[in-house]
Ligand binder design. Sequence first.
Ligand SMILES: [Zn+2]
Ligand SMILES: [Zn+2]
Length: 318
Amino acid sequence: MRAVVFDGQLRLDAAYPEPNAKPGWARIRVSTVGICKTDMEITRGYSGFRGVLGHEFVGVVDPCEDRALLGKRVVGEINAACGTCDWCRRELGRHCPHRTTLGIVNHDGCMADYCLLPTANLIPVPAAIGNDRAVLVEPLAAACEILEQVRLTGSERAVILGDGRLGILCAWVLSTALDDVTLVGHHPEKLAVAVWRKIKTAAQIDAVAPQPDLVVEATGSALGIRQALAICRPRGTVVLKTTVAAGEPLNLAPLVVNELTIIGSRCGQFRDALRVMTEFPDMPLERLIAGRYPLRDALAGFAHAARPGVLKVLLDIG
Ligand SMILES: [Zn+2]
Ligand SMILES: [Zn+2]
């Protein structure tokens, strides 16, 4: 089969061995995949991963033992326990020392004609959701996680810092629950992408009315965290959506003085994201797609995805 492989260098393999599903697993004929920051980090050699890249996909289930899934269009959660070790046999698969991650840890990814996942990981996509939307389920789920973690009444004022893909998705998801949502970012073209429902945008944090009830930090910078702590109202909530790698000192005094609640927030449930896509078919997810390439031009797709400011590049496979 065709596959985008990283084995020290990124290349397209026209004759990669086709995978075969083992018991409890399904083979998926891949339709569309997204190129993600993680994929590009792997191609820079950061994680030591070797094999087929890709973890954001929508595809169709090949013949498998689970008849209910046969021929279904699906997305899939990317972590897989081995299913056979002592931990797994005691139904503690989340502690399985052999667990793998699609296209990231010891598990060939989805940038290929076929990939494998446990049937339990697969979630059918409702017919009304097209492939270009379904392939964005993972980043949308990460944004939906905020609604899972923060109880909102609907009257709160929210400010999101950072106009990258995640910041925009957080603004969209919050605007389904709140009337007053402002996205702050430095890129006029990305702020233009973000406009939907009643979302307001601002190029500078000074332009935002102070003391919002909820601040979502999605800049990935220590400055963003400082700003979030500084503007949030007393007893308000700050959601940290990105990890800041730099070990910069952070003054936590505002957190204590203003009795803020800080919530770390990462991945979400795919089902929640599919529900949001169904309930809000006008959510302009397609605007995030900056380019698309057939699999044979995957390397050009990776080059496009690496350009600054590009939100999402897709590869069309089947
Ligand atoms: Zn990803
Ligand atoms: Zn196991």
